[in-house]
Design a protein around this ligand. Sequence first.
Ligand SMILES: Nc1ncnc2c1ncn2[C@@H]1O[C@H](COP(=O)(O)OP(=O)(O)O)[C@@H](O)[C@H]1O
Ligand SMILES: [Mg+2]
Length: 289
Amino acid sequence: MTFPPKTIRSFTQIKPGVIISLAVEKGGAGKTTSAVNIASGLARWGANLGWRVLLIDIDPQGTASNAVGQFSAASSEKTLAKLLDDDHLLLRPHEFIAPSPWNPKHLHYIPTNRQTLGGMREKLISKIGRERRLSRVLNPLRSDYHFVIIDTGPVNDVLTQNALVASDFVLIPINLDFLGLEAINRTFQLIKVIQLGLEQERPKILGLLGTFYRKGVLASEEALKMLNDKFSNSVIRTVIPLNSAIPDSFSAGVDIYTFNRYSPGATAYNRVVHEILIRIKKIQEQRYG
Ligand SMILES: Nc1ncnc2c1ncn2[C@@H]1O[C@H](COP(=O)(O)OP(=O)(O)O)[C@@H](O)[C@H]1O
Ligand SMILES: [Mg+2]
């Protein structure tokens, strides 16, 4: 699935090196699903423009990295944890990047290994500059990648903090079945603390993304209404429906577009990619004129 050429051309001015985290302090929100399908969607849509997309998985579970790497990540020596370690300050991050079998030319990733990243989380606690390690890894990569998508874990730990500190934008997925207003508020709070603590305007909230939407089901409709009432313009207009093609594509080891491009999940993620591009373009225009 690709953008119609005319649509994609309107995004050629988007400046490269845009870093987006998927984050919310809650599991089962659709962070990982959204990270991999948005990363893959951006890589597909920008293929004719030569865009390259890098997926970073800073959740020690390693689900996103395993998905885009089709489970080759587990055996890799060159994993994200090593790059975050100060024993390896001089390593070149470029050498840790692997092409995704999904789309080797346009979608790349850095393998995440559960043990080593879990261990690094403990090790970082006592380290100088512990929240800025990922920033340091990604900075030299910004000119090579149009987009870097970061999947985070469900807790506010030093790894999630690294993701947010490194990001220009945060996209917050919200499960409409268990609308966790408290989790949303905690995530907003964490973003604010980072902006204040680092005296910078980054990361900005790119949007809240409703997931697991069940049309016509009262709980789902009410949750969506509450989200819109409370956060209005911050809510991405497309919602991701509850759709069995999504877990099935995971099991099949492919992205949602390859699994079934006509599925409700593929259509929705495709629209979300479009909306994200519109939002980024608008924000960049305001910033750079
Ligand atoms: N829209 C959806 N419809 C059906 N199942 C989904 C949907 N989005 C995610 N899932 C499934 O729900 C589970 C949790 O989603 P995941 O993206 O891993 O959430 P998180 O990363 O926030 O914990 C996974 O098994 C995933 O395949
Ligand atoms: Mg996850």
